[in-house]
Ligand binder design. Structure first.
Ligand code: FAD
Ligand code: PYC
Length: 413
């Protein structure tokens, strides 16, 4: 149990200080500037300070901590990927997740649920088998199960999916989990702050100074900063930042929407994903059904919601769970997903000296927050790629050496 909980329980007074130190002005120079106070930027700051002793860091955030995709995702954590690069990477993340609540002394509500990727066709079952074999080869707990196993775990499911798309089996990944997403950003942010990192909210990067192929500084709405190292961790805003340094990437931005229902009594203690129905569902600790579907099918740099999203999602969800027809939808929202052509991220050094990229996290980057922080911190500190990210570098597109992860990225995106 986190010690903070005990301190609160036993104290007559409010024993906590502020979570983050407010900084009224920017310094003229920092050793490292991180753009974006989402989970990835804050995790990189935390590990730079904790593991590499680099604390003269400014994290610049145009909005508020965790207000981007970090606070908008559906919190699924798993490592049942398809490529060796992906499986090794996400598996390391899963290991790091286990200790985070203790490291932060903050309850992240990490909850091990098990994760089903449902197969409604022979082709889907074949991909499940492929993933299971790759996973087992790298020591990750995944197996193909039959429809009866699914029914035993989720008795409320209609295996015939109202006759539209009967479930034949599934890839079952026992370590699948969920966690409280915004607490992850707060935990990393507080840990970085306590080690001397400055987090500046309401601070937008407007330009990046590059001379003779090297980063020299950044221009913000609160003044200019000189620095030799900039890490860009801005998810859906990546193309805008890349334009500032004249770099191209194959990223395209699509909205990804999600929604929650009103709270209902607990009936679903696992995570279900159906690539064929383009839906997924889990139940939060508050009883809400957390649900999502595929990406919006066109490029758009906006976080607006649409009516056809809940309509389509509910139609398919009711195929699987007809008894949900009276449950009310409470909230819907969207994030901007930075999609790559091979559904793997873009991490590491760039052709500009001192400019590092952590992007291409599309619909799958929340689970990777700890390992991204660790490996990007290493890469920035040593100016050398961490061994776990060599399959994800930007130059793979030039070399046409893609890391094809589409079969496992998430909901049939
Ligand atoms: P963000 O959290 O988006 O942080 C980037 C920050 O940069 C933002 O706060 C933004 O304000 C800031 N910024 C942008 N431009 C500037 C600028 N010019 N100056 C300063 N700051 C700037 N992943 C999973 O693993 N599991 C899931 O279940 C899952 N579900 C998802 C569901 C939805 C609806 C969405 C949208 C995404 C989902 N994802 C999921 C993906 C995951 O949310 C993201 O990949 C991850 O959160 C990216 O984190 P980040 O820190 O890189 O980006
Ligand atoms: O990465 O598992 C995932 C996921 C599910 C929904 C969105 N992303």
């Amino acid at each position: 149990m986190p010690w903070r909980l005990l301190r609160f329980a036993l104290s007559k007074h409010h024993p906590e200080g502020r979570m983050f130190t407010p900084h009224s002005r920017l310094k003229p120079h920092y050793d490292v500037v991180i753009i974006g106070a989402g989970g990835h930027g804050l995790a990189a700051a935390y590990y730079l300070a904790r593991d590499h002793g680099i604390t003269d860091i400014a994290v610049l955030e145009k909005g508020y901590i965790g207000g981007g995709n970090t606070g908008r995702n559906t919190t699924i954590i798993r490592s049942n990927y398809l490529t060796p690069e992906g499986v090794r990477f996400y598996d390391e993340s899963l290991r790091l997740w286990q200790d985070l609540s203790t490291d932060f002394d903050l309850n992240l509500f990490y909850s091990n649920r098990g994760h089903f990727t449902l197969a409604h066709t022979d082709a889907a079952l074949r991909t499940c088998r492929w993933r299971a074999e790759v996973n087992k080869h790298y020591g990750v707990n995944s197996e193909v199960v039959d429809a009866a196993f699914v029914k035993r775990t989720v008795p409320m499911i209609d295996l015939s999916c109202s006759g539209h798309a009967p479930i034949l089996g599934a890839l079952y990944h026992a370590p699948g989990a969920v966690a409280r997403h915004d607490a992850v950003a707060w935990g990393y942010g507080r840990g970085a702050d306590q080690r001397g990192v400055e987090i500046h909210q309401q601070t937008e990067v407007l330009g990046i100074e590059v001379q003779a192929g090297k980063v020299r500084g950044v221009r913000t709405n609160r003044g200019n900063i000189t620095t030799g190292k900039v890490l860009c961790a801005v998810a859906g805003a990546t193309p805008r930042i890349l334009r500032m340094v004249d770099l191209d990437s194959p990223l395209y931005i699509h909205p990804l929407q999600a929604m929650v229902s009103e709270p209902v009594k607990p009936w679903l203690d696992t995570i279900l994903v159906s690539g064929s129905l383009h839906i997924y569902i889990s139940q939060s600790s508050r009883g809400e059904l957390v649900m999502g579907a595929a990406l919006d099918p066109y490029e758009l740099h906006s976080t607006r919601s649409t009516l056809d999203f809940p309509e389509g999602l509910c139609a398919h969800m009711l195929d699987m769970f007809p008894f949900l027809s009276t449950v009310k939808v409470m909230r819907q929202w969207a994030g901007m997903a930075d999609m790559t052509p091979d559904f793997a991220p873009i991490m590491g050094k760039t052709p500009i000296e001192g400019f590092y990229l952590d992007a291409g996290w599309g619909t799958w980057g929340f689970k990777a927050t700890p390992v991204c922080g660790k490996t990007m911190a290493y890469t920035v500190a040593h100016d050398h790629h961490h061994p776990l990210i060599t399959g994800f570098t930007l130059d793979r597109f030039r070399r046409y050496a893609l890391t094809g992860e589409k079969g496992a990225a998430s909901v049939g995106h």
